[in-house]
Write a protein that binds this ligand. Structure first.
Ligand SMILES: [Zn+2]
Length: 302
């Protein structure tokens, strides 16, 4: 069996209220335990998606049909009114994931704010965002959050350093190819990092493959990685792409690919190296993302 860490990012209120329950049903049918990363503050993701509307993105939208992929309500959230607080309005869905035995981690307080402002925020502002998300999610779960994942893989040296204050068991903040300890500014290794090594749906569909080719494409990508973590989004695979996601799980079974939570994957393959985290481009994504170490930079295409 080939293990793959299955990570589910939840960015919006609709993704939490609609996508998460549907994913829970699907995962339960297949006897799979995964890791959910929740956003718990204001849902301003509509602002994020509109901000990205520039010619290149519009082209991508037309190719991948983003409006029908995300739905108009997600595209509008937080644009004309203050974003609603996800943790307050979708507590039940978060608790249902916990009750079903999935691992729960922190994605963000304000997902859009983090993606748009990682470079602009002061250390204090960034710590405040982490702390608000950490406190809210820990409060909902009734226990301290033990893992986190930076929104949009927007993590650089400063984010790695600031997160050390939270004593997470491990984090999944960047892209890369092997589990590692990130080198902190003071030279010490930080909490383990489990980098994502397989592309997401929106990064490759419409470019490297069609919607119909996506499932076999992802199975190949997982088999080709010595260390595989695959990310899905509650807004995509939990809503419009849920049938295709269930078919992907069938294909996993046929190809002897076993999805696990990231914590289980960490136990199977603990890190043996320490590297830096740096910013770099990722095909199919706007702006930069955090990348594991120097040697991984030319792995930026799949
Ligand atoms: Zn996200």
């Amino acid at each position: 069996m080939k293990p793959v860490g299955l990570r589910i990012d939840v960015d919006t209120l609709k993704g939490t209220q609609v996508g998460v329950p549907r994913l829970l049903e699907i995962l339960e049918r297949h006897g799979i335990r995964a890791t959910f990363y929740f956003s718990v503050g204001p849902d301003n993701m509509g602002r994020h998606l509109w901000r990205l509307i520039k010619p290149r993105f519009l082209l991508k939208c037309l190719r991948s049909n983003a409006a029908s992929l995300y739905g108009l309500d997600i595209l509008l959230a937080g644009t004309c009114w203050p974003g609603r607080l996800i943790g307050k309005h979708a507590t039940d869905a978060i608790l249902a994931a916990q009750k079903q035995g999935h691992e729960i981690g922190l994605h963000a307080w304000d997902h859009h704010g983090w993606q748009a402002n990682t470079e602009r925020w002061s250390d204090d502002k960034m710590l405040e965002q982490l702390k608000r998300g950490y406190d809210e999610l820990s409060h909902i779960l009734g226990e301290p959050v033990r893992t986190s994942a930076a929104p949009g893989w927007r993590a650089d040296q400063r984010v790695i350093d600031l997160k050390e204050q939270f004593n997470f068991d491990y984090n999944s903040d960047c892209r890369g190819s092997a589990p590692f300890y990130p080198r902190c500014s003071d030279g010490h290794p930080g909490s383990a990092q489990l980098p994502v090594s397989v592309p997401t749906f929106d990064e490759v569909v419409g470019g490297q493959c069609t919607i119909e080719q996506f499932n076999p494409f992802i199975c190949d990508a997982i088999e080709n990685q010595p260390f595989a973590i695959y990310t899905i989004h509650a807004e995509v695979e939990g809503i419009v792409m849920s049938e295709q996601f269930e078919q992907l799980l069938e294909q996993f079974k046929q190809r002897q690919i076993q999805p696990l939570s990231l914590r289980e994957l960490l136990t199977l393959t603990p890190p043996s190296i320490t590297t830096s985290v740096r910013r770099g481009p990722l095909p199919g994504r706007e702006g930069w993302v955090g990348w594991q170490g120097e040697q991984e930079e030319h792995h930026a295409s799949y």
